[in-house]
Design a protein around this ligand. Structure first.
Ligand SMILES: NC(=O)c1ccc[n+]([C@@H]2O[C@H](COP(=O)([O-])OP(=O)(O)OC[C@H]3O[C@@H](n4cnc5c(N)ncnc54)[C@H](O)[C@@H]3O)[C@@H](O)[C@H]2O)c1
Ligand SMILES: O=P(O)(O)OC[C@H](O)CO
Length: 323
């Protein structure tokens, strides 16, 4: 592409703001769409990502873009449908959220495909805390489209030496990894909050990879994707990093705080809260054995206590590791 790329970012939360900064760093002209007038009038620093002044290449606006080379949808998964519905599909659309729509059990690209059956669609995911990407610290992620060449072309628009965007043609695996890591992070946090120990956390994370593999496979994704950035990469980050909201939500639940109270106390969205029941339902409908996801869904619904959850997981029969 010889002209300066125009990238529209929909959603000026922490991730949308970090992506806008990254797009500007990659040389694009950026339009950052904010839903909330208070965010728009905040000036050059977005309230959800304080400490990072926006450069001149980024325009903050409340008007949806009518022309762009790429549209990044960076709102939470539960609001993707309502938000995307208002966006003119003037360019390839990339879902940057990590979750499953609770009302339908659909992955973000399935939601977008219902709205925009003729648009080029993709998903971006990986181990990326917004504040680190905003600071320009080294990071990697994956951009997946149905066709690898399209994914590569779109990834190039956002790639810089410090932000390495790999291409993939397995959007299903990438979306399951991105959604499920939030649920596993709640489990890992809960284990640490309940003082079950670091061995327990490592076991939970590793066994959950088998679980995500089964679920992804049942939905048409590839196993190898879960050994990549959107799978193990994001599990490593989110299940161990205190910067993760999902992990902190789990910590509070493990400490005995009721789930809703813990979620209300968080700054920002913890996608695992709505995605755990959605994934649990998806696993049930596809006949996939997913005990960690089921346990987190019960903890969040308040139908099991931390002590019972731990007892039930430990009471499961021990079989072959990769059966
Ligand atoms: N923050 C991160 O480090 C990070 C990194 C990678 C991916 N993500 C993903 O990006 C997505 C957005 O997360 P975030 O951290 O930017 O959010 P955030 O917690 O910073 O802010 C919440 C966002 O939700 C929007 N919102 C609230 N109610 C809404 C509604 N009714 N309709 C539409 N939008 C509404 C707000 O405008 C705001 O943009 C999530 O799926 C998250 O998993 C976040
Ligand atoms: O704060 P969390 O738990 O939403 O995690 C943020 C990112 O998804 C990490 O990759």
């Amino acid at each position: 592409m010889t002209h300066t790329a125009r990238i529209a970012v929909i959603g000026a939360g922490a991730w949308g703001t970090a992506l806008a900064l990254q797009a500007a760093r990659a040389g694009a002209e950026v339009c950052l769409w904010a839903r909330d007038p208070a965010t728009m009038s905040a000036g050059r620093v977005m309230p959800r990502l304080p400490g990072y002044a926006l450069p001149a290449a980024i325009t903050v606006t409340g008007t949806l873009p009518r022309q762009a080379d790429l549209i990044l949808l960076a709102c939470p998964a539960q609001h993707l449908r309502a938000t995307a519905r208002t966006v003119p599909p003037c360019a390839p659309m990339i879902a940057c959220c990590k979750g499953i729509e609770q009302a339908t059990g659909l992955m973000p690209l399935q939601v977008l495909a219902e709205l925009f059956p003729h648009s080029m669609l993709g998903v971006l995911s990986g181990p990326n805390f917004a504040h680190e990407v905003a600071a320009g610290l080294p990071a990697a992620a994956v951009l997946a489209c149905a066709e690898r060449t399209q994914a590569r072309r779109l990834a190039d628009l956002l790639t810089t030496p410090a932000f390495r965007l790999y291409a993939s043609d397995d959007p299903t695996g990438v979306q399951i990894g991105g959604a499920a890591k939030n649920v596993v992070a709640i489990a890992a946090g809960a284990a640490m909050g309940a003082r079950l120990g670091e061995n327990a956390r490592a076991a939970l994370i590793t066994r959950s990879i088998a679980e995500l593999g089964r679920l992804s496979h049942a939905l048409g994704g590839r196993l190898e994707t879960l050994s990549g950035l959107a799978g193990i990469g994001d599990l490593l980050l989110t299940c161990t990093g205190l910067a993760s909201r999902n992990y902190r939500l789990g910590l509070a639940i493990g400490n005995g705080t009721p789930a809703q109270e813990a979620a209300n106390a968080l700054e920002g969205v913890a996608e695992g809260m709505a995605t755990a029941p959605a994934l649990h339902d998806l696993a049930r409908r596809h006949g996939v054995n997913a005990p960690v996801i089921a346990t987190v869904a019960s903890l969040l619904a308040g139908t099991t206590t931390m002590a019972d959850a731990s007892r039930q997981l430990l009471a499961r029969p021990v079989g072959h590791e990769f059966a």
